[in-house]
Design a protein around this ligand. Structure first.
Ligand SMILES: [Zn+2]
Length: 145
């Protein structure tokens, strides 16, 4: 049995454990969270810190909004296969950080099942296959109740 090698679409943006999470930063001064990671200066206008901790972000949250995209996304979010297929983007408010993170809807989830406020969890799935490697990205999936 062979397994297809995998690689992240973007390095260091998410973990690869069985319960994956996004990797962000938190300002040491004012505790503001950032994703993608902010490492140069804090964007809080009342804070002048440039010290950050790298932190795992909540892997669950609630649907804030969602939409179906009918146009080809820009790199690195290219789609698999020859034909472009419309895909769903979900904005999820993270459980603890209360920040909104966009991601595609998991492959086995359906647009029709989405509703504002339902619980979602982070999964790592293939975005596209190229040169023998599956390229992985985070996606949002409704939490099994
Ligand atoms: Zn700050």
């Amino acid at each position: 049995m062979s397994t297809t090698p995998t690689a992240p679409v973007i390095e260091d943006w998410f973990s690869h454990d069985p319960e994956p999470h996004l990797i962000g930063t938190r300002c040491k001064q004012c505790a503001t969270y950032y994703f993608p990671k902010q490492t140069s200066f804090c964007r809080n206008p009342d804070c002048f810190s440039s010290d950050f901790d790298e932190v795992p972000l909540s892997r669950t949250g609630k649907v804030w909004s969602y939409t179906k995209h009918f146009y080809q996304p820009p790199e690195p979010f290219i789609t698999d296969g020859e034909e472009f297929e419309p895909y769903t983007i979900v904005g999820v408010e993270l459980e603890a950080e209360k920040m909104m993170v966009l991601g595609q809807l998991a492959a086995d989830a359906s647009f029709e099942d989405l509703k504002a406020g339902i619980e979602m969890e982070l999964v790592i799935e293939k975005l596209y296959h190229r040169d023998g490697t599956d390229y992985m990205i985070w996606k949002w999936k409704p939490t099994a109740s």
